[in-house]
Each structure stands twice: as structure tokens, then as C-alpha cells.
Design a binder for this molecule. Structure first.
Ligand code: NAD
Length: 410
């Protein structure tokens, strides 16, 4: 993927797109600069259904994508591969080489979710999560994009007051492969007769530069505001972070308004007045915590997609939720986060922004029709409770019949 400022984007990641009433929309501008491949007639997609509710939400998403392809006259070769617990069971490896090779040879990767009680007591190398970490590392996925957009129809699912969350549309760009999670030296040693644990919070200039570029690119295609989060009042590594981000944005993203915020303040501001944020960029550990916090503004795990991208090659697109073993196999899962992840894939990897917008609008329309899976159903909301299969079918029907919007690159 290449990053440039030449194009602008609107849709789920933009302040002016999905989940605003369709009647208010005009033709939208879109990004193609992050795409792994240019628009083509046939794509090879690796599907990773994983564990728990993964196979159910994958099936629903597959149906939607098949209808979308038929309608729009292109092909997606959806080839499944193993990751997580199912891969441990089948190959004694949470992310077998065969799966990695298949992912790397694809145009893009769509992942459902991994994990479950069955593998919780396994040694670390045989834990489902180890497969995810290996995939990110081997595929060079250094940037994680997490939109947290409050959907009007689900506003009451948030634990915060309506006036605080209404209209919230934040994108957290998190560095994914560096920082204290990967820094060396690390360990637990005995010093002066007691155990001492330590990790190294470390970033090189080039690591900061490349994530700043992704964040600048994303911000320039949204509301044009970027808040860089650090702890520069205490940490040297954060001072370098601040200096490098300032350099990159001022030199290469003149249309982006950059601000800086300490991480503790950002944690408070996200709850106090989240509408002040457009795009946030942060290192791995701060991003881990803040992106979870931001996603809770929305109130429902089953609605939140994410993207992990590298400098070149396929990205991985996945819901932020886990494998929900408590409801697996019961047709209760919400497939909308995975369908919205597929929309991110269409936009960020496959150069198909019009199709991405169509999926996002179908999600909006299904909620407008009052259809709800259990996780987003409120007592007395007058909505109809449906299962995962039915939700997939409802979206597929809408994708088949809805008007497609004009989408223009500028
Ligand atoms: P979880 O996200 O799986 O579930 C939390 C709660 O949200 C549960 O009550 C679940 O039923 C509900 N939920 C989640 N997604 C839903 C959906 N799409 N539709 C309806 N309800 C949904 O988190 P957890 O319970 O902490 O973890 C379960 C397993 O998932 C663990 O093994 C964990 O390690 C793994 N996990 C995987 C990922 C991933 O695949 N990226 C992320 C987080 C957790």
C-alpha cells in the first residue's frame, strides 16, 4: 500500500458518510491511495472463519459478498484457511505456514474471530492469540485502524448520555508492531534478592514516521484533524514520537491540523467530550487501551470493524469482537461488524469504494427497518429480534436492491 494525500475519502470512516440519512448525501469522494491492489474484475480473498461464532458470521458475510459481486459484475474467489483454535486442532499450530502463504498470495484477508475456552489453558505457543500475533508480524501489519462511529439507530446502546455520544465519529490509528510489547530487553530477573520485571518502551524514527504517514493520510480524508497521543512530559520515547509526528505532518500533510495530547488526558477527554476528536494516532500500548475505550462509546461490540495494514501487500480486515463462545452455534451472533469489515476491505484494499458504501448503507438500512440481533436489541424498542442467518439474508436482499451512490475520486 502506498500513502499519499492526493485523494479524499468519505464513508464509514468519514464525518459525512454512512449512517447519515441517505437523503442528505451527495456523491462522495473516496480514497484509493491505501489500496493493496487497483480495481479489477477478479480478486483472491482469504477468509479466516476462526472459532466460536466465526463460522456463522463468515457464512452470513459470504452470502452478502456473493450478492454484491453478482450485482456489480466482479468476482471474489473466497478461499478459507485456518487460524486460531481450529488451526491448533487441525495442525497443532495457531497460524500454520500454509495459512500464511495463502494470505500473502491473496489480494486481501477477511478474518472473523479466534479463541475459546477449549484452548485457554494451552501453553503460549499453542494459544489462538499467538496465531494472531504471528499473522500481524509475518504480514508486516504495522497500522491498525479502528473507527468508532455512533450509529443514530443504536444510540441508546451507549452507556453515555445521548448529547455526549450523538454524532461521534472517531478513528483511532494504532501502531501495531512496536513499543513496549515487542521491545528488548525484557524479562523477569532476580536482582538484590528480589524478582524484577522489565520491558522496554522503544520506537525508532522510521517506525514513528510510517505510522504518522498513515495517520496523516487517514485524517486528510476525514475531518482533517489529527490528535497525536503520547506521554512526552515523562517519557523520552514519547518526546521522539512527538517530534517525528510533528515533522511528518507539517512537511507532508499541510491540510491536516495536528494537535498533541497526553495519554491520561486523552482517556478522560474521550469520555468527557468525544466529539472533539476526528483522528487519533498513538503507539501500540496507548492505542490498545484508547481504541477499546473509544469503541465503547458506540456501545455494541457486534457493530465494530477494524483494519490492519502494512506498507505493501494484503491487509487484514476483522471485527473487533472475540469469538463469543457463550453464544456460538446458536444463531444469535451479530454479523454486522464482519460485514462492515468487508466494507473496509473493499475500500482500503480492493479499490471498490462504491461497493464499500453500498454495504455500509445496507447496514444503516437494515437498522432503519427495525431488524436487530439480540446484542443490539433493547427492551421495548419495538424492533424485531432476528438471528445471524436472517440478518445476513436481510443485508443481502438490500445489497441486491438498493440504489448505488455515485462515488468519485478527486
Ligand atoms: P467477546 O468479544 O468474544 O465477547 C464479549 C461479549 O460480547 C460476549 O457476551 C459475547 O456474546 C458478546 N459478543 C461479542 N461479539 C458478538 C457478536 N458479533 N454478536 C453478538 N454478541 C457478541 O470477548 P471475550 O468473551 O472476552 O472473549 C472470548 C474469546 O474470544 C476469548 O478466547 C478471547 O481470547 C477471544 N478474543 C478474540 C479476539 C479476536 O479474534 N480478535 C478479540 C477478543 C477476544
Amino acid at each position: 500500500m502506498k500513502f499519499s494525500t492526493a485523494l479524499t475519502v468519505a464513508s464509514i470512516f468519514s464525518t459525512a458518510s454512512a449512517f447519515t440519512p441517505s437523503s442528505l448525501r451527495t456523491p462522495v469522494s473516496v480514497a484509493t491511495s491505501l489500496n493493496a491492489v487497483s480495481k479489477k474484475d477478479s480478486y483472491d480473498i482469504t477468509l479466516l472463519p476462526g472459532d466460536g461464532i466465526g463460522p456463522e458470521i463468515t457464512e452470513a458475510t459470504k452470502k452478502v459478498l456473493q450478492v454484491l459481486c453478482k450485482r456489480q459484475g466482479f468476482t471474489m474467489n473466497l478461499n478459507e484457511a485456518l487460524i486460531g483454535g481450529c488451526a491448533i486442532d487441525a495442525a497443532n499450530d495457531p497460524f500454520p505456514q500454509e495459512s500464511l502463504d495463502q494470505c500473502l498470495a491473496s489480494d486481501s484477508v477477511l478474518l472473523a474471530c479466534i479463541g475459546g475456552y477449549k484452548w485457554d489453558a494451552n501453553p503460549r505457543e499453542l494459544r489462538p492469540e499467538t496465531g494472531l500475533l504471528k499473522m500481524r508480524k509475518e504480514m508486516g501489519l504495522f497500522a491498525n485502524l479502528r473507527p468508532a462511529k455512533v450509529i443514530d439507530q443504536l444510540i441508546d446502546a451507549s452507556t453515555l448520555k445521548r448529547e455526549v455520544v450523538e454524532g461521534v465519529d472517531v478513528m483511532v490509528v494504532r501502531e501495531l508492531t512496536g513499543d513496549v510489547y515487542f521491545g528488548e530487553p525484557k524479562g523477569i530477573d532476580v536482582i538484590n534478592g528480589e524478582r524484577v520485571g522489565y520491558n522496554n518502551m522503544i520506537y525508532s524514527e522510521s517506525e514513528i514516521e510510517r505510522i504518522a504517514r498513515v495517520a496523516g493520510d487517514v485524517a486528510s480524508k476525514r475531518g482533517g484533524k489529527l490528535c497525536s497521543v503520547d506521554k512526552a512530559n515523562v517519557l523520552d520515547v514519547s518526546q521522539l514520537w512527538r517530534d517525528v509526528v510533528t515533522d511528518v505532518i507539517s512537511k507532508d500533510f499541510s491540510d491536516v491540523e495536528l494537535s498533541h495530547m497526553y495519554v491520561d488526558n486523552c482517556a478522560m477527554q474521550l469520555i468527557r467530550w468525544p466529539k472533539q476528536f476526528d483522528t487519533i494516532v498513538c503507539g501500540n500500548i496507548f492505542g490498545d487501551i484508547l481504541s477499546d475505550e473509544a469503541s465503547m462509546l458506540v456501545g455494541s461490540l457486534g457493530m465494530l470493524p477494524s483494519a490492519s495494514i502494512g506498507e505493501s501487500g494484503p491487509g487484514v480486515f476483522e471485527p473487533i469482537h472475540g469469538s463469543a463462545p457463550d453464544i456460538a452455534g446458536e444463531n444469535k451472533a451479530n454479523p454486522l461488524a464482519m460485514i462492515l469489515s468487508a466494507a473496509m476491505m473493499l475500500k482500503y484494499d480492493l479499490d471498490r469504494p462504491a461497493e464499500a458504501l453500498l454495504l455500509e448503507e445496507a447496514v444503516e438500512a437494515v437498522l432503519e427497518k427495525g431488524l436487530r440481533t439480540a446484542d443490539i436489541k433493547q427492551d421495548g424498542d419495538g424492533c424485531e429480534l432476528i438471528g445471524c442467518v436472517e440478518m445476513g439474508e436481510a443485508i443481502a436482499e438490500l445489497v441486491e436492491s438498493m440504489e448505488i451512490k455515485d462515488v468519485v475520486a478527486v
